[in-house]
Design a protein around this ligand. Structure first.
Ligand SMILES: [Zn+2]
Length: 506
């Protein structure tokens, strides 16, 4: 199983290159003559030390260091006594060709993204320089500073922010767009213009989503926007992704900033190669709105690559946006369940997910292509990017078609929850438990291999907070998938769970 969990141990060990004292021979305005010493040994961070004295006030000290080839990301930390102790320093960054920015004491820079004031761009090999600015040194103040420079051969972050540290069910949207590609909204004067990413983030926050994956078409440009916005949205996880958009199908990729080739053809670079390249980068892949046409009615929208190896898929978008009866592409009412069930019937286990496919930053809420409509609810060990992707890969997911305020539906069998596999030999009884809320005229269904059981008990264990329905199922020892669904009186899905897989190892 391709892991969606990144390995966080630093590729470069704890620092060992300590270059102290050398700065004693450094000119305050020029560069140290000891540049050759600031070359990291393989696997080591670069560490620079310096002395702060009042005489240095207002000056900039240029500290060179060598960046080898093959580096994708640089993370710098300047540790100094600080303003409170009368010593405030700044860190400017110059690569071998250009100035990259100044203004933070802890920052990261990569090809794709960079902390606030710093410019993203290639980490070119050669001599880089850090400009230590002595912005404030009080009279008679004296101290030391340390700079740690961590060089990573991995473009993706090694450490992801944890928004919430407790395990639970988290609500989000896995498919959305900004005006960096084709999301449009009204300008101040009412013109249709590319919609700034901030409008999307704000719309998602208004929906009280726990996470939002931003999946612009064939570009990593969104990642830098996310890096800046995540500081403000400290209760909503922003996940960078791309919707790989080909002439015969769209697929979301979540979990890497690396280059993803979109130039799929029947021969040459195939859809299977597309999936493989995403997995090599530890990302997850999901086919979007597979059931749409891909001809002139909606060029490229549906999935039409004939040689697709569906076993390479991690997920399938079973609900895209919200489509009423009689609207475009219905029936079925805007859902990709049959396509998903075809894969389940073949013994595959792609996780069914939803995607709002937001293109209007919430202007059309509700119920068309709204951010969070549908809402994908994921059980994760914490609210962080690796944990959410882990939960999706595990199938610990249900989809609320009408959005974050929709009706939840949990499926379990003993300690197994949706997405898990159980073993039940022939003749064994399994209790499947569906837990939801009061659902009025809606219909609760339990489906075995896609077919609703016709003897679901009317007797339910209810409390004010939840409604439970238990179904006593007799195993025949064969392979099955069992999922639950809450449907409206008209038969449209309201909430869908992922299956519990029975005897799947056989
Ligand atoms: Zn899309």
């Amino acid at each position: 199983m391709p892991s969606c969990v990144r390995f966080f141990q630093a590729k470069f060990g704890v620092l060992a290159v300590v270059i102290a004292a050398m700065l004693a021979s450094t000119s305050l305005l020029g560069e140290t003559q000891a540049a050759a010493a600031n070359v990291p040994a393989p696997g080591e961070d670069i560490v620079l030390h310096g002395v702060i004295t009042a005489e240095k006030l207002g000056k900039h000290e240029m500290l060179p260091f060598t960046v080898p080839a093959g580096i994708e990301r640089m993370t710098v930390e300047l540790i100094s006594p600080g303003f409170q102790k009368g010593m405030y320093l700044t860190a400017g960054l110059f690569d071998p060709q250009r100035y990259r920015g100044e203004g933070r004491s802890v920052f990261t820079v990569s090809t794709v993204d960079a902390t606030g004031p710093y410019l993203p761009g290639p980490i070119v090999p050669g001599t880089w320089r850090l400009a230590i600015g002595y912005n404030f040194v009080a009279a008679n103040a004296k101290g030391e500073f340390t700079v740690k420079i961590h060089l990573s051969k991995q473009l993706d972050l090694e450490h992801y922010k944890v928004i919430r540290s407790k395990a639970g069910w988290y609500k989000g949207d896995l498919h959305s767009h900004t005006g960096l590609t084709d999301a449009m909204c009204k300008s101040q004067s009412g013109a249709d213009v590319p919609c700034p990413p901030s409008k999307l983030f704000e719309a998602a926050a208004k929906q009280k989503l726990d996470f939002l994956a931003v999946t612009d078409h064939n570009t990593a440009a969104t990642f830098n926007e996310i890096m800046q916005a995540q500081l403000y949205y400290d209760q909503m996880l922003l996940i960078g992704g791309e919707e790989i958009t080909t002439v015969k199908g769209h697929a979301n990729v979540w979990g890497t900033e690396g280059f993803l080739d979109y130039r799929v053809a029947e021969s040459g670079f195939t859809a299977n190669d597309l999936f493989d390249q995403a997995h090599k980068l530890h990302a997850l892949v999901s086919i979007n709105h597979s059931y749409w046409p891909y001809d002139g009615r909606c060029p490229g929208c549906g999935w039409g690559w004939e040689q697709t190896d569906f076993s390479k898929l991690d997920a399938i978008e079973i609900i895209n946006g919200y489509h009423e009866h009689g609207s475009w592409f219905t029936p079925p009412p805007g859902n990709g369940v049959p396509f998903w069930e075809q894969q389940l019937a073949r013994g595959l286990r792609p996780t069914g997910v939803g995607g709002g496919d937001e293109h209007r930053a919430g202007e059309q809420l509700a119920l068309h292509d709204g951010v969070g409509i549908p809402t994908t609810v994921v059980y994760a060990r914490e609210l962080s990017q690796p944990a959410i992707l882990e939960g999706i890969k595990a199938g610990h997911v249900f989809v609320q078609v009408t959005g974050p305020d929709g009706t939840p539906l949990y499926l379990s069998a003993g300690s197994a929850i949706m997405g898990d596999a159980i073993v039940a030999e022939a003749g064994k009884r399994v209790w499947f438990k569906m837990t939801t809320q009061e659902f009025g005229q809606a219909k609760l269904r339990l489906l075995v291999d896609g077919i609703a059981v016709n003897d679901l008990p009317a007797v339910q264990q209810s409390t004010a907070a939840e409604v439970n329905c238990l179904y006593d199922w007799l195993s025949d020892g064969k392979r099955h998938w069992v999922r639950a669904e809450l449907d409206s009186a008209d038969g449209d899905p309201i909430t869908l769970t992922n299956p519990i897989y029975v005897n799947w190892g056989q």
